[in-house]
Ligand binder design. Structure first.
Ligand code: NAG
Ligand code: NAG
Ligand code: NAG
Ligand code: ZN
Length: 270
């Protein structure tokens, strides 16, 4: 693994979750500069009111994130399959999206990235990022963090997010050990550093039993402009990391959870 300094503009980054590429770099840079980004996670209840482009944040019928309940049952539909598409480690750039650890795949063609299928659709991994605390709660319990694997169709249009809640447990996570091996190995939230490396994403999926149990629903981006048409899968299992691993993730993270949205036309598990 070698390190290099990159301008964020050089990254095809996956930043605010999941957000169109046109906006994301400038937003992250603006946040870092303390500049012109007009929204914050701390005031996410009012995004629809601050910019006419964000109306959907206020009026959308299936906004994310939402509260999930064991009593809703788990899904029998739209099961994601990762078996062949995630078979080899992804090469890409590890960095900080301004709110926590993130990774973007560097395949020249998106169709070379790790892929998943559900129903008859194939989606490709653009990258992942970690929110803290978690966006989705289950039975009103909020995990310390949440990993979002952002997937796009063959044209690069974001279509699905695979979400895994993260909490401290009794032993280290082998997924997490790929990037938390020392306290200096993760770029800080104010860093512009990008590290070229390979990360085996199958480890994360294995640590939640390959999504054998999950909720799924039709949702949205969790940051402005809150675009809808994104399918979410949330694993029932939590990915447990070691206490020190958890502290290293939290140590480079800033608050990045959107307030929970009312369940409306989300079609949970339907
Ligand atoms: C809304 O988005 C358009 C296109 O990106 C931009 O030109 C316009 O300035 C935005 N409006 C506001 C109020 O920010
Ligand atoms: C992708 O990553 C690998 C190593 O992780 C690197 O050797 C390669 O040059 C990268 N490709 C691009 C297009 O950046
Ligand atoms: C997938 O494709 C098969 C064969 O074309 C079709 O029978 C089936 O209904 C499709 N399933 C979905 C969920 O679209
Ligand atoms: Zn996200």
């Amino acid at each position: 693994m070698f390190r290099l300094l990159l301008s964020l503009a050089a990254l095809t980054a996956v930043t605010a979750c999941p957000q169109h590429e046109i906006n994301q770099h400038s937003n992250t840079l603006n946040k870092r500069a303390g500049g012109t980004q007009d929204w914050t996670y701390e005031a996410s209840y009012n995004w629809g009111m601050i910019n006419s482009n964000y109306t959907l944040c206020q009026t959308g019928t299936n906004q994310s994130p939402i509260m999930l309940m064991i009593t809703q049952g788990l899904s029998q539909n739209h099961a994601p399959s990762f078996t062949t598409g995630y078979s080899s480690p992804a090469s890409g750039t590890f960095y900080n999206w301004g709110y926590g650890p993130a990774f973007t795949t560097n395949s020249t063609a998106i169709t070379e990235a790790p892929s998943m299928t559900y129903d008859n659709e194939t989606l490709y991994l653009k990258g992942w990022h970690i929110h803290s605390p978690a966006d989705h709660t289950v039975q009103s319990d909020r995990s310390k963090a949440e990993l979002h694997l952002v997937h796009a169709d063959a044209n690069g249009v974001e279509r699905g997010v695979v979400a895994i809640r993260i909490d401290p447990g009794h032993s280290d996570s082998s997924f997490s050990s790929q990037f938390t091996s020392s306290s200096s190995s993760i770029p800080g939230f104010d860093s512009h550093e990008g590290i070229q490396m390979e990360i085996d994403m199958l480890q994360a999926l294995k640590e939640v039993n390959m999504f054998n149990e999950f909720w799924t629903y039709e949702g949205s981006l969790t940051s402005p402009p809150c675009t809808e048409g994104i399918r979410w899968w949330v694993a029932r299992n939590v990915l447990f990391v070691g206490v020190e691993q958890m502290q290293r993730i939290l140590g480079v993270s800033t608050y990045s959870a959107r307030v929970e949205q009312e369940v409306w036309m989300h079609g949970i598990n339907v």
